[in-house]
Ligand binder design. Structure first.
Ligand SMILES: [Fe+2]
Length: 316
């Protein structure tokens, strides 16, 4: 029983609920990317939480309005790939389940990296990138584009215009694919190594408020001038006092459960999130989180600014 339920102000609660994206309330859209239509090997499904991401379906009213970033899930079955394309802005792939190959292409040469659960790549601006599932299980990943309304992708090697095998290798002719190697001599290998984060190689920082932070993007992680991205580990019973940002942020639960609350005029409302549920909190709204459950929570945290952390979390 939620002890706050009786005194929760209805209007504030309603506003909070309007900023929640529930996995069970959403559907995967198999027709999110018109450029894939007619190509079975490109099939993928998208579930939109914030904005439309790379999809033109910007009018989807079940999706939260984007400010500085979008957030969606992408589902990709074994054997399928996404054709090499580029964007005007950074785009991150955070793997949730499965193993994904991501390729970056330049002048007919491609570097491929294999990413596993909780690994991330930030696809650099204007770099040709594609992905492929060569594994035995489907891939689920969270994609964030670091602008509210991205331009349509520019395709470099789409099977519409290129032989299927060339499109599948992201534009690499036979023998022109290199493995990911931070010590590699090739400029694309060196470039990609600055944009790949391995979860188990990333430093775990204990915030004095009692939870862990792995900084994927932002000061201490990948250098970037758009958004910050972190993975939080919140032990059971741990929570923080209300804090405010001058940009929006979003909690997307990967494992466990997290209670997120909003405060206004000394009153609070809260909502419990389970795996694949999200809350987006607008700029200026005092908010807090707490793990009320018996297990730890793992949470993907996106903040709509690249500025160094301004919040000093206080243990509640
Ligand atoms: Fe992309």
């Amino acid at each position: 029983m939620n002890v706050h339920a009786v005194s929760e102000p209805a209007e504030l609660k309603e506003r909070l609920l309007q900023h929640v994206g529930r996995f069970v309330d959403k559907e995967f859209d198999w027709d999110a990317f018109p450029s894939n239509s007619g190509f079975a090997e490109l099939e993928r499904a998208q579930m939109r939480y914030i904005g439309a991401g790379g999809s033109p379906k910007v009018g989807d009213t079940t999706t939260l309005k984007p400010d500085h970033f979008t957030l969606s899930l992408i589902y990709k079955e074994p054997g399928k790939y996404a054709a090499c394309h580029s964007h005007e802005i950074e785009e991150s792939f955070l793997i949730i389940d499965g193993a994904l190959i991501v390729g970056w292409e330049k002048d007919g040469e491609v570097v491929e990296v294999r990413l596993g659960p909780k690994d991330m790549i930030l696809n650099a601006r204007e770099i040709g990138h594609g992905f492929r599932n060569d594994g035995v299980e489907p891939v689920l990943m969270s994609i964030s584009v670091d602008v509210g309304k991205p331009l349509p992708p520019v395709y470099h090697y789409h099977p519409k215009e290129h032989p299927p095998e060339l499109a599948r290798s992201f534009g690499a002719q036979p023998g022109k694919t290199m493995p990911f190697d931070p010590k590699g001599a090739h400029p694309i290998q060196q470039l990609m190594s600055k944009f790949v984060v391995r979860h188990n190689e990333l430093e775990t920082r204990w915030d004095p408020a009692g939870f862990t932070r792995k900084v994927y993007v932002g000061p201490g992680g990948i250098d970037n001038d758009t958004c910050r991205k972190e993975m939080l580990g919140v032990p059971m019973g741990v929570g923080v006092k209300p804090f405010v940002r001058d940009v929006e942020d979003a909690f997307f639960v990967l494992e466990g459960s997290l209670t997120v609350g909003w405060e206004e005029d000394g009153k609070t409302v809260e909502v419990e999130l389970g795996p694949r549920d999200l809350v987006k909190t607008p700029a200026g709204q005092p908010h807090w989180f707490r793990n009320n459950s018996a297990g730890a929570a793992t949470v993907w945290y996106v903040i709509g600014s690249s500025a160094p952390e301004s919040v000093v979390f206080e243990k509640a």
